[in-house]
Design a protein around this ligand. Structure first.
Ligand SMILES: [Zn+2]
Length: 331
């Protein structure tokens, strides 16, 4: 899929404005943030996040793991800050991860300060959470909440909220929010995974490891990327299970057009920052916090300034993901 980048041509005109024409601002959505380590969690809260998702996959180069000690530290920090935090599950869960999370869910039940819920990312995790946990269950984007029927099914399975799929267009998200039986959150910023692979590419390509071999750990010492046929660089993030997450070439960024997202009736606007470091998390959360507050203060001039500033400072290429699909005249 060709990704639409956030160039000046787009910045000057909101491609989503026509789709929400005449709509009023809905109640302010929560600014939610997915983080990859404890330092980023603290940075996100300080920068103004309303709700945090933590746990699941961690890039190996963060040299961090969500051990029980670190989960306790996270819960303690969130409790002090009076911000809700939800524990997330990995995208792919085989027997190993299911066993790990079964014990983890049971352990959480015994805590005095528990997470505010679980963010489940696959149907296996949902089944496990229903059996082992009393916490409210939220659905991640990988549960494919593409339409009203899928969302109703997930509601019957016990979810209290869903996340719109990242391949949904803006008009699909809008339609889903209007008809869904559950609150819907949408991802508006982040380094998104295009593909998760069991197969470790650095080990396979550099050292000839096959699927039967144990990874030679070539993936551990440096960062890798694939170059596509247009020469765009697609970064590969290696997680603690040695799975490879191939990222989209552009970092998703809807900051300039946040006003339109606030007219849809979304429960949450999420920044997906699991693979970024604490400093990057702080910058992005602060930008969105200020923009969201400016929108509800009626200061659209301020939002434009913030967006332009953000786009100029960003060292990573920014894009609009699948949201513009179906809008004529854009590509
Ligand atoms: Zn590996």
């Amino acid at each position: 899929m060709r990704e639409l980048t956030l160039d000046d041509r787009l910045m000057s005109k909101n491609p989503f404005a026509s789709q929400v024409e005449g709509s009023v601002l809905q109640p302010k959505p929560l600014l939610t943030v997915r983080v990859g380590d404890l330092e980023s969690l603290e940075a996100a809260v300080v920068a103004g996040a309303d709700r945090i998702y933590f746990g699941g996959e961690v890039p190996v180069d963060h040299q961090f793991d969500w051990s029980r000690a670190n989960i306790l530290k996270a819960l303690e920090f969130l409790n002090q800050a009076q911000k809700p935090g939800l524990l997330a599950t990995p995208r792919i869960m085989m027997a190993r991860e299911l066993a790990e999370y079964r014990l983890l869910f049971r352990w959480l039940e015994g805590l005095t300060t528990k997470p505010a819920g679980l963010l489940v990312s696959n149907l296996g995790a949902l089944e496990l959470a229903k059996a082992e946990s009393t916490l409210p269950l939220y659905g991640d984007y990988s549960l494919n909440a593409f339409n009203t029927k899928a969302i109703e099914l997930l509601r019957q399975e016990g979810l209290v909220q869903v996340t719109a799929h990242v391949e949904s267009s803006f008009s699909q998200v809008k339609e889903v929010v209007e008809t869904a039986s559950l609150p819907v959150e949408a991802i508006v910023h982040g380094s998104l995974t295009a593909m998760v692979m069991e197969h470790c590419l650095p080990a396979a390509l550099l050292e000839g490891c096959t699927q039967q071999d144990i990874c030679s750990a070539a993936c551990r010492n440096r960062r890798y990327a694939l170059k596509d046929i247009r020469g765009q660089r697609r970064e590969i993030i290696i997680d603690q299970y040695c799975r490879n997450h191939l990222l989209l070439a552009n970092e998703l960024c809807l900051l300039p057009f946040l006003d339109s997202f606030c007219r849809v009736g979304l429960a949450g606007l999420r920044l997906e920052m699991q693979f970024l470091n604490a400093q990057q998390v702080a910058e992005v959360v602060q930008g969105y916090r200020r923009a969201l507050d400016a929108i509800y203060a009626g200061d659209n001039q301020r939002v434009s300034e913030l967006a332009r500033d953000f786009s100029q400072k960003s060292k990573r290429p920014l894009g609009l993901g699948a949201y513009p699909r179906g809008i004529t005249g854009l590509r």
